[in-house]
Design a protein around this ligand. Sequence first.
Ligand code: SF4
Length: 409
Amino acid sequence: MVNYSPQYVNKFSCLGSKCPETCCHGMTIDIDKETHSKYQKIKIEGITNIPNLLQKKDNPTEKHFSSIKSRKDGYCSFLGNDGLCSIQKKYGEDFLSHTCYTFPRKNINFKENKLVTLSVSCPEAARLCLSNKNSMEIYEDKFYKKKKFNLVSEKFETPFANTGNLIINKVYQLLQNEKISYLNSLVIFNKLLEEQLNISQNSKQFDEIYKFFYENFCDIDIIAFDNSNLKILFLTDIFNIIDQIKLKHTCSNFYTQKLISLIENSYLELVGRFDNIDYAIENLKKINQEYFCRFEQKNNHIFRNFFLNEILGYAHILTNPNSFLKYNFYMSIFLATVSKIILLGICSKENREPTLEDFVNIINSVERSNQIFFHHDKNFKMLFNIDILKFYDKIDKKSLFNSSLLVFG
Ligand code: SF4
């Protein structure tokens, strides 16, 4: 088996008790069935009635059987005063649930090979992934830098999966190429995703079809108009959705509250303080050009790295024909949009360009609490909040990709 991973994954080392956040603060930690049974019998000094700390799921599965109840301050019930996990401390790493053992790693096991990325909801992973231009260079077994990689082997896989392997290599090259705008790269990637089933019927056509998309979309102006009004409408809708979320949930979790207040502050700065929406649109246009675009020109690897890390993190969408999985991609564009809007709010309020640190912190916060925008159905499929879908429907009813990109770009 070959392990593929971006360069930054190999540099990652958990900050442990020095971490400003700790993995389990503000997160829902799912426990698999086997770990759930093991935890019925453990005894830890200072923690009483352990079985009661595990909340069985409404529709338990082997992998998502129960979840750990958080303390009132949002920390995991098993986190010790020293900032370390008391289960790991007493019983060792092997006793941890799959979620705790692997976080922040996202391992995708294909039949022969494995792809490992990290979730940017870990602050150290976010810093490593986003702050360096070369972070996303792919390595084989940690040591060998690769220009191409094989997630699946032609001999053993379906035509669909083999086409997916060709697509992931193309998106890797596109998003690593600074000469092509990453928005154009995302459009080409989406076109390939839409056509994947057709291409897989005759994979010899792949190069020709790719060339067609590349030539038609690599250097066109994807957002050929000022979309500040769409961003203002998006922020207004998200602000209203947040209000409903606050009514429904207690939101005692520190990170959820932090994200909610970032969005509220951005709303007040970019929309709420203006009597007339035209002034809000004018202000956003100015801030975007003066601060945000300038910063992005100097640091254009950030969103490239973000999207590439996201796409590699759900690369199974390219080998599994379930079209529903493509929603992961639209969700990434949504999360990037929320991050961008919050950063624009900070630029407007403080009359300055964003910093790399701002980017890392905001993307980390948005990823960490992204569950407020999505929910799982009983099969653990991630779904958009219905009001977010209604908003995107107003832009382009037929394409969630077009709608989300038009607002983000
Ligand atoms: S959030 Fe990341 S750095 Fe912090 S404790 Fe967890 S894995 Fe380590």
